[in-house]
Each structure stands twice: as C-alpha cells, then as structure tokens.
Design a protein around this ligand. Structure first.
Ligand SMILES: [Zn+2]
Length: 203
C-alpha cells in the first residue's frame, strides 16, 4: 500500500466533490486534522472509518487501498494485492513490536549489569538514577510491545471460532503462552485460550 498515493487520491476525490477537509471531516465525525494527515500520507483511516469514508468519496475500499479507481478488469487482481500487502504490513508491525520488547529488556539488563559490575564506581544516587532509568526503558518497551501485539491482527476464540481484538486491559490481564492468551470471547462470552491470528476475517 502506497500511503502517499492513497492520500493524494483521497484529496483528489474530495476536491472533485467540492468538499473542504473540514466538510469531509464533519461528515465522518472526526477532526479536519485527521483528514489532512491522511491526505499528506502521514496516516491511514482506522478500519471503522474505511466504509464511511469510501461512501462519502463514492469509491470502494479496493479503490481506496489501490489509490485509484480500479478498472473492472483489474479488480480482482488489485484486491488480492491489497489483501497480501495488509497481511505483510501486519506481520512487519508484529515483528517491530516484538523487537521493541526484546531491545528494551536487553537495555534494562545491561543497565542493571553495569551497576552491579561497576558497583564501586557509582555513588548511591547514581545507582538509584540508573536503576530508575532502566525501569522506565523497560516499562516503555513493554508497553509498546504489548500495545502493538494487542492491536495487530486479532485473537480467535477456540469455542465459536470468531475473531476479536481485546481491550488493552483484557489483554494485559490474560495469562498467556507465546501468542496464545486466555481471555473471554465477546461473541460467545466463553473463556478460552485464544490464538493470535493475522488473517482476521474481521468478524
Ligand atoms: Zn467465542
């Protein structure tokens, strides 16, 4: 997906309809800053806004993701390319968030080890400061990693097979093993070990 191209396409369709950024934003009940960000290629509409946006612009989601009005003959091929690129993007984001978790853990351990090894070199105040920094780095990295993992893809309920994105709280509180997490399914209300899935069916 080419965000710049998509942004230009949104702007072009909006102008074609004689709408200001503000007017389009009002129709979608969002801020005009958000529309401006999309059009500059600095952001992408949230999934819940995709259909309303496309409806306002008179295009399909496939057109939007392609950054152009797709000719009927190319429609299926473009749709397949777009689905593949979303899956790859999800995988990349999941890898990035995992890296954030690992590198902050390493930074944390390195700082603690540094204090332990050079115990005589540092004053007590310096030791406390370093440990505090280590904890902040660790906390931030953990948050980024968890936030990313919570929002990338979805979890699949083992009972009804439906996918859902948990709230951050449910995600944090759920006991887990690797990418499986014990949570309550919002569809069938049963608790179970839910598997992380990237190819969500959006249900
Ligand atoms: Zn379920």
């Amino acid at each position: 997906m080419d965000q710049i191209k998509i942004g230009r396409f949104i702007a072009q369709r909006r102008r074609g309809l004689d709408l200001t950024q503000r007017q389009l934003a009002d129709k979608l009940e969002i801020s005009d800053k958000t529309v401006s960000k999309w059009e500059c290629g600095n952001g992408f509409p949230e999934p819940s806004l995709l259909l309303p946006l496309c409806r306002e612009l008179g295009i399909t989601v496939n057109d939007l993701l392609s950054g152009e009005v797709v000719a009927p003959a190319d429609y299926q091929q473009k749709a397949e390319e777009n689905i593949m690129s979303i899956l790859q993007e999800n995988r990349r984001r999941l890898a990035l968030t995992t890296m954030a978790g690992i590198s902050s853990t390493l930074a944390f351990l390195t700082l603690l080890l540094g204090v332990a090894i050079y115990a005589e070199v540092f004053s007590l105040a310096a030791k406390i400061a370093i440990v505090a920094i280590a904890c902040v780095v660790f906390g931030l990295g953990l948050y980024v990693a968890m936030k990313g993992e919570q929002t990338v893809g979805a979890y699949r309920c083992p009972h009804c097979g439906k996918d859902f994105v948990p709230t951050f709280k449910a995600y944090v509180m759920g006991p887990h093993m690797l990418l499986t997490r014990r949570m309550r399914c919002p569809h069938c209300r049963q608790k179970g070990w839910c598997h992380k899935v990237l190819d969500t069916d959006g249900d």
